[in-house]
Design a protein around this ligand. Sequence first.
Ligand code: PMV
Length: 323
Amino acid sequence: MQTSVTVSAPGKLLLLGDHAVVHTRPCLVTSVSQRMKVKVSLLDSPHFELQAVDVGINGYKKPMTDLGKNKIPKGAKFVEIAVRNFNSHYLLKRGVLVETSSEFSSNFGFGSSSASTVCIIKALSELLEIHLTKKELFDLAYKTVLDIQGVGSGFDIASAIYGGTLYFVGGGSVIEPIRVSNVPLVVGYSGQKGDTAVLVKMVVAQMKENPALYETLFDASTQYVEEGKRALVSGDFESFGRMMNKNEELLYAYGVETPKLASMIHAARSAGAYGAKLSGAGGGDCMIAVVSPEKREAVAKAIEKSGGQVIPVETNISGVMVK
Ligand code: PMV
């Protein structure tokens, strides 16, 4: 039996449908070339050990029987709860050492927590020679996210597993790969960290106060996703950009656009992007612009001039992989 395995999974960017996807509406998500890497080793001693230097976790150790108990440091939560959830389904009978490293900063909002959750569960299933279907892997990883955050659509988990570009309906009732070769994006990091769980709960609270308005906004989101999907499949990035701009109006209405993101988005549009919007929960993290090859450089420069950091990414990348 193998005692050690390394697994990687891609980061993601939400193209359309942010927030509405939490409310069982569709979204479009693409995976990005920067990956999370996780090495998992089975130990003879009955302990859980974690090295996650990128998020400040060094030499974290506890008995396997204490998984999920007592205070868990922020950077260890997803890994520890993923191991606990796997263990409660498929008894490990051994200790586990997890070592994570990421090709991207956890500040970008590329989904480092969900990508590492997927890697851990995939790695443990490999080590125990248990064949998990993609959907079984999704269900166990999504449960881990809900156990920790209480809210979330699971789109980031699906992206880490399936890779490529997906049409995804909140909760995973539909996970449909979209045939595209590439989504030509320029990505700008705002330098601010958005708190996804806080923002999702804020929108939920607003929705409860005004359900009719939010139904209308989420219906509009659904329409933009459906039109955006058709545009992507036919390679019509101009129409896709228009849907991104319309989607940003909704994100503004939800109150999750920041002045910094707004100025980066407007700069990208003025420099000739087909469309631009924030990606994800908002409150910071990244914005994305869809561009023609001729405008790519001008858009990147405009984003930098407005104070953003351009992050070079390729899109539509393979999902979780065993090395
Ligand atoms: O902030 P991110 O990149 O994790 O994206 C969150 C997207 C939301 O739709 C706001 C939440 C979700 O789980 O779908």
